[in-house]
Ligand binder design. Structure first.
Ligand code: KIV
Length: 268
């Protein structure tokens, strides 16, 4: 059970990878990752926006449904986008239900003590909730950019208070993003629920990376915390360039790649 996977209790580290469509979900499933996040990072890495603020519930529903059609064994986490849980508790519960009906098994939302009533209401509607603290991309405007969080004593105390508040509200796990390693470690030690880090150091209970980042499919230099496991973007560009060159050079299609009519068949 994900909620019990603490490394200090001997649990293996949790793995979560994002996916946004049927093929990427199949690849994540094949990797054996326990958790598949249909993140609102879809806005950045698939739809070409600068941030996640343009992502709507309808967008998330569309991508979650595509992921669910792959029938992955991983737990599908549906990200609640900006403004889907900020206006009212009722709206938040309905939006969470929309993501569940699209195929998610649980939802993720950003924020701490200020989101307690929303988390409690979604959990009491029988929908498991994953939290997200630290560098929360939906707060890019109030944070003044995508900046590492938890760098002062006050900020660390607030992170601890927030983490304990959302745990008490019913979160089963929390993503910790963009915080110093020591803060990732101290939050992990303070919580009963597992922590899943992204740019939070090696001591969290699990790690998450964005599909396009770890496969070298992005259009910009990835952040420091990303390990690029393969340069698939280079492979794709090479393959597409070879196709264009073959067509232009008269090398595609070959005879073997061509349908042939029976000799007696008229051609017009
Ligand atoms: O949307 C996303 O991909 C995320 C991860 C960065 C955790 O929230």
């Amino acid at each position: 059970m994900i909620a019990n996977r603490k490394r200090r209790e001997g649990g293996e580290p949790l793995t979560m990878i994002t996916a946004y469509d049927e093929p990427s979900a199949r690849f994540v499933d094949a990797s054996g990752a326990e958790l598949l996040l249909v993140g609102d990072s879809v806005g950045n890495v698939v739809l070409g926006y600068e941030d996640t603020l343009q992502v709507t519930v309808a967008t998330m529903e569309h991508h979650i449904a595509a992921v669910a059609r792959a029938k992955p064994r991983s737990v599908i986490v549906g990200d609640l986008p900006w403004m889907s849980y900020h206006v009212s508790v009722d709206e938040a519960v309905h939006n969470a239900a929309t993501l569940i009906r699209a195929g998610a098994h649980c939802v993720k939302l950003e924020g701490g003590a200020n989101r307690v009533s929303v988390i409690e209401a979604i959990v009491s509607a029988e929908i498991p909730v994953m939290g997200h603290l630290g560098l929360t991309p939906q707060s890019v405007l109030t944070m003044g950019g995508f900046k590492v969080q938890g760098k002062t004593a006050d900020a660390v105390k607030k992170l601890h208070d927030d983490a304990l508040a959302i745990e008490a509200a019913g979160c089963f796990a929390v993503v910790l993003e963009g915080i110093p390693d020591v803060v990732g470690a101290s939050l992990t030690a303070a919580l009963q629920m597992p922590t899943i880090g992204i740019g939070a150091g090696p001591d969290t209970d699990g790690q998450v990376l964005v599909f396009h980042d770890l496969l070298g499919l992005g259009n910009r230099t990835p952040p420091k915390f990303v390990r690029v496991y393969a340069e698939i973007g280079t492979v794709i560009t090479e393959a597409l360039t070879n196709f264009v060159g073959d067509v232009r050079g008269g090398h595609f299609p070959s005879d073997a790649e061509t349908y042939h009519a029976p000799k007696e068949q008229p051609t017009r």
